[in-house]
Design a protein around this ligand. Structure first.
Ligand code: MG
Length: 444
């Protein structure tokens, strides 16, 4: 975490850093003062299961109260559960303490709007200005805020369960990853009348069994449990349960891109309309959305901007290719708990297994890499000149008949990221090599 002026404190998902080293109690205190200064009113807070989360949450709470706002402490909760609570109560804002999928030594602090969405970029920038200036609205001794307590699980779980209607009982194995999902996902499965088994379902901020990132290589135990339990699906969350990834009935990992495409197709079939996703997303989403009569809008990378563009365009669905799905009728934010309910609903309506559904999605092969880039301004300017037809939302995405190429200078490192996707490995390699050549030619 490098704090060197506006634009350096908040990343794409709030403030992140190593707990008590970079992200200290002092930083958390000033972030609490910042949000209370900006929003006033009553502010809800919650945290994930990390060892440092209580310390940081208490510090945020003290900062908020010192500026005259009341705090509603929701304890440990998934990020979407806090967001849903803020949306549906009279809170003026929310704060979640979590480092999501990052390793155990990290933590993070993220601000939530009164509509439940994460702070958009311009709001983070405004927050940074207040944070840096230290011009907080400090309250008189007699006007400091109160510390209230509430719980947010019930309304969140009810809303998810009420949004689907399953005809049969499903067998599910849920890997809660010792994170915030321990408090809600078993409850969701119980209320959906599933026969279920949970693993890593006790809160433990040391993450003793697996890394909080639900990457395929961390899910061997889940795959085995799915087969042993003869489950219809397996699901795994990241540390704050805003993401969910799935294992099919054969114990195989289903790519997040396939899940995103399946859900996008399902929503467009039902409601037509617009799907929003970042420029780094697999073409398979656009293919199925178009075929179903919908339209894709590409955004810059990061879930807050996806949510913002969804709101502006009244989109029916949106999400990222990392297991983060956004169901706007419920919440303008990624929601791992709702993802489980919707996948089961999809299987129920289509009468198909998850592997059968995933097989219906057109397949592409994606390559990702990076090249050194010292002059980002020059690179971007020349790319836009050379490829005027390309999408320049975030770097430049050039679409070809059977694939695409994204060249995206990094915001924080002297590199440009290259993504290439083709119908097969050869095509992806060809596009990737072309991308490297283009960058080298421009930068010399
Ligand atoms: Mg997360």
């Amino acid at each position: 975490m490098r704090v060197g002026g506006v634009g350096t404190l908040f990343g794409t998902n709030g403030v992140r850093g190593i707990a008590n080293e970079e992200l200290t109690a002092e930083v958390a205190l000033d972030l609490g003062r910042t949000i209370a200064t900006l929003k006033g009113g009553k502010i809800a807070i919650a945290c994930d299961t990390r060892i440092s989360s209580s310390m940081l949450k208490c510090s945020v709470a003290a900062g908020i109260m010192s500026c005259g706002s009341d705090v509603v402490d929701l304890g440990i909760a998934p990020t979407p559960a806090l967001q849903f609570y803020v949306k549906n109560t009279n809170c003026s804002a929310g704060v979640i303490v979590t480092a999501s999928h990052n390793p155990r030594e990290y933590n993070g602090i993220k601000f939530v709007q009164d509509n439940g969405a994460e702070f958009f970029r311009e709001m983070d920038e405004e927050s940074e200005r207040v944070f840096m200036s230290k011009k907080f609205k400090k309250a008189d001794w007699s006007c400091v805020g109160k510390l209230l307590e509430d719980e947010c699980y019930e309304m969140y779980v009810e809303a998810i369960v009420d949004s689907v209607d399953l005809d049969r009982r499903y067998r599910v194995v849920a890997d809660c990853g010792n994170g915030a999902a321990c408090f809600t996902t078993p409850e969701i499965l119980k209320k959906l009348e599933c026969d279920f088994l949970t693993i890593n379902a006790h809160p433990d901020g040391r993450f003793p069994v697996r890394n909080p990132e639900p990457a395929e290589e961390n899910l061997e135990l889940l795959k085995k449990a799915v087969l042993d339990f003869k489950a219809d699906i397996g699901v795994a969350h990241d540390g704050d349960a805003d993401r969910a990834v799935f294992i099919d009935e054969n114990g195989r990992f289903v790519s997040e891109d396939d899940i995103l495409a399946l859900m996008a197709r399902y929503y467009v079939e039902k409601k037509k309309g617009i799907v929003v996703t970042p420029v780094s997303t697999s073409k398979r989403v656009e293919d199925v959305v178009r075929e179903a009569g919908g339209e894709v809008i590409y955004t810059a990378v990061g879930s807050p901007v996806v949510a913002k563009v969804m709101m502006e365009n009244n989109a029916v669905f949106g999400g990222e290719g990392n297991g983060g799905l956004i169901f706007p009728e419920h919440l303008l934010a990624r929601d791992g708990g709702m993802s489980i309910a919707k996948i089961l609903q999809l299987m129920d309506e289509k009468g198909k297994s998850l592997s059968e559904l995933a097989a219906e999605i057109p397949k592409y092969f994606m390559l990702k890499g990076k090249v050194p880039c010292k002059d980002k301004v020059k690179l971007l300017k020349k790319l836009v000149e050379d490829f005027p037809e390309a999408n320049s939302t975030d770097g430049i995405r050039i679409d070809f008949e059977d694939g695409w190429l994204l060249i995206r200078p990094s915001g924080t490192e002297p590199i440009a990221r290259i993504y290439a996707e083709g119908k097969n490995k050869e095509k992806a390699e060809e596009l990737y090599d072309f991308g490297v050549k283009v960058v080298k030619k421009i930068l010399g």
